[in-house]
Design a protein around this ligand. Structure first.
Ligand SMILES: Nc1ncnc2c1ncn2[C@@H]1O[C@H](COP(=O)(O)OP(=O)(O)OP(=O)(O)O)[C@@H](O)[C@H]1O
Ligand SMILES: [Mg+2]
Length: 380
């Protein structure tokens, strides 16, 4: 029987996983570098250590009946070794390895026949090829509208650079280790979508409604579910979700970020974990993504993905300054109907994700309007 759940990472996702695991009777320990991580405020125990340290990962695995993660920037190889030695790790660390390198991830999707944004990598160039040669080659293949990304380690747009002809600016932003860079064609999308999917230990899969996401400065700003897209596009997104799940091994929740153009849906990238675009599910769906992940990895049956209201909006609360968290305006916000703030227990820093607000309503517009108004009431 499973009692002890280990989570690599103790940030807000680890915290919300902990909040879902406890009512089901599981104990949670997180591995995180800085003591008093956000997850500990929800009652998780913490092992203090680096997420890449093989010894710490082994220590956590040894005390857990199942080990999972909340972030992909961790030592996937060490986890593969631990899985090979018989530790129960979900989802499969081999899938984490395949996804961690964003370029490899895209090539795997392409090889499986899935529609994915076109990309070019540079590790086949000889070391002395100049940045100008590499860029010329990229533009020949992808056209002039390109975005450079670091293959590993990027998040919230850190690691992305929209190239506008300035090589020095590109290298100043992403560094000059060209082997760790790749380029993508910029997709002129109408909308961005996210599909959350979960698989249990027996291979059953569920897919949530498509969520429309809006990013500002590369960071998820708001989500609205269900996405307002034509039924055929929603069907396409769902089918892509099912087919992508065939490539992802093991149990757990996955998120597939997509671009919707006027006539097709293209995969942007996959997150092998619970995701910001799924925060709405805590109050907005019958089964939250966090509970779903805990169900999946502990051998419980999956829960319903149905919405609890016709429309659910989520807005992130991003920090604007370097200060301890201030929640001025919370009293006014709490007077709104079906409006649910979440704070992660972090101090305010510019652009840091401090929390989010979820609103359930009768229409997309009213959910979005109320979420925006609620956010504007708060000073953090
Ligand atoms: N090829 C592209 N074409 C158009 N827009 C893009 C492209 N790549 C990225 N973007 C925009 O930048 C955002 C962030 O890019 P990406 O998904 O690579 O993020 P990330 O840094 O991994 O962040 P996160 O982990 O938060 O999703 C995307 O959601 C999209 O709005
Ligand atoms: Mg992304």
């Amino acid at each position: 029987v499973i009692r002890e759940v280990g989570i690599v990472g103790g940030g807000q996702l680890g915290r919300m996983l902990t909040e879902a695991a406890h009512p089901l009777g599981f104990q949670v320990t997180v591995l995180e570098k800085t003591p008093n991580s956000p997850a500990t405020y929800a009652g998780a125990r913490q092992l203090v250590g680096d997420l890449n340290d093989p010894d710490k990962l082994k220590e956590l695995a040894a005390q857990s009946d199942v080990l999972t993660w909340e972030i992909e920037h961790i030592n996937a190889e060490a986890l593969e070794d631990l899985a090979y030695s018989g530790y129960n790790i979900q989802p499969s660390p081999s899938t984490l390895s395949a996804i961690k390198d964003k370029y490899q991830q895209k090539k795997d999707l392409e090889a499986a026949g899935l529609p994915v944004v076109e990309s070019v990598a540079f590790d086949t160039f000889s070391d002395d090829s100049s940045p100008e040669e590499r860029i010329k080659h990229t533009i020949l293949k992808l056209g002039g509208n390109i975005i450079f990304k670091t293959r590993t380690g990027g998040y919230d747009g850190r690691g992305n650079f929209r190239y506008q002809g300035d090589v020095a600016a590109l290298e100043a932003s992403l560094g000059s280790d060209w082997d760790n860079l790749y380029a993508e064609k910029i997709i002129p999308f109408d909308k961005e979508l996210s599909i959350l999917a979960a698989r249990d230990l027996h291979g059953n899969t569920v897919i949530y409604h498509a969520t429309e996401t809006v990013q500002k400065n590369n960071i998820c700003h708001t989500t609205i579910t269900p996405a307002s897209i034509e039924p055929r596009m929603a069907l396409q997104a769902k089918e892509i979700g099912h087919e992508t799940m065939l490539l992802l091994k093991g149990a757990g929740v996955f998120a597939i970020e997509m671009f919707a153009t006027d006539n097709q849906v293209i995969i942007n990238e996959i997150a092998p974990r619970v995701h910001n675009s799924g925060h709405y599910t805590i109050e907005g769906a019958v089964t939250s993504q966090f509970e779903q992940h805990i169900r999946a990895i502990t051998g419980l049956p999956l829960g319903s993905t149905a919405l609890r209201a016709p429309a659910v909006a989520m807005i992130n609360i991003l920090g604007t300054r370097d200060e301890p968290l201030n929640r001025e305006g919370l009293d006014k916000l709490m007077a709104y109907p079906d409006t649910h703030p979440h704070f992660y227990g972090k101090d305010s820093r510019p652009a840091r994700k401090l929390g989010h607000i979820t609103v359930l309503a009768a229409t997309r517009q009213s959910a979005l309007d109320r979420a925006t108004a609620a956010r504007n009431l708060l000073t953090v």
